[in-house]
Design a protein around this ligand. Sequence first.
Ligand code: KG4
Ligand code: ZN
Length: 339
Amino acid sequence: MKDDVKILAIESSCDETSAAVVVNGRKVLSNIIYSQIEIHTVYGGVVPEIASRKHVEKINQVIRAALEEAKCTLDDIDAVAVTYGPGLVGALLVGLGAAKAISYAKKLPLIGVHHIEGHIAANFIEYPELEPPFMCLVVSGGHTHLVRVKDYGSFDILGITRDDAAGEAFDKVARAIGLGYPGGPKLDKLAKEGNPDAIVFPKAKISDSEFDFSFSGLKSAVLNYINQAQMRGETIRTADVAASFQKAVTEVLTEHAVWAAKRFDMDKLALAGGVASNSALRAAMDQACKKENIHLYYPSPLLCTDNAAMIGAAGYYEYKKGIRHGWDLNAVPNLKLGE
Ligand code: KG4
Ligand code: ZN
């Protein structure tokens, strides 16, 4: 194998069209992200058909821009990595089609990457010294996974959400208090002006699992609180609702993740996914990890949300293991981690 492996990575699983060039899984030469958020904001959430069409429109431009910024051409690329699941099938197919076309035309190895494996690998970019094993809490719009990263590309899923993902709960509560889409970052900002102890919302515990999560009860409790206050004609302090809801979510996430690290005797804990940019979650994790002597890792906000650099990072370790996919690689909307 060559000393340096340069991977062209493509991500199009939801509402970001992204391409990146990454060297040896850690060094990002470019990471171009075209976000469709503004388009979907009008509808209050991602519209799959619109997402696919926008990906088609943008994918080639984004790939070209990624190569240009990395100051290279397809001749300098050693492999193409692409997200093939989980995600919106129509959206995934656009990235997959582009990746297959390039790898076929240039005779380059094709590596299909699991989206969540990408989120976890974002930490490798940010922290060159980080190596498995470590515990990872993946919290995004579609996923809430507590994962034991045993080795590169080797995972045990210890806990998942039984209903809503953490980001989904943020988005729904944000909508209920009139913040619009995407609610997570807006709620995070508003919560800074509120009192997290103003309202006590329930923290769901799952009786038969110490690591699973559930957020739908909490979400309903917030919605009930708002409805009842409205019926009584009271003005709702939205900042207090935001701060109190955020406290309930971050406490559960922190307790489970830190307990998992301790239980498996791990002194490294990483955060990943869009919700990993949440300021209260980072603060709560910082504090809990310091107390338990656990080293905490979290990527910068740009690498927390969907981007192709993280797919390039994960793709490199798959490449090193000898993983190569054929032309029959298909989009798998509900792909499980480790499949
Ligand atoms: O990882 P991501 O970009 O997409 C998925 O793979 O789902 O995550 C997007 C999710 C959205 O639900 C968004 O509201 C949430 O991450 N998010 C946040 C914050 N930034 C993004 N949630 C809470 N606080 C934030 N600062
Ligand atoms: Zn994601």
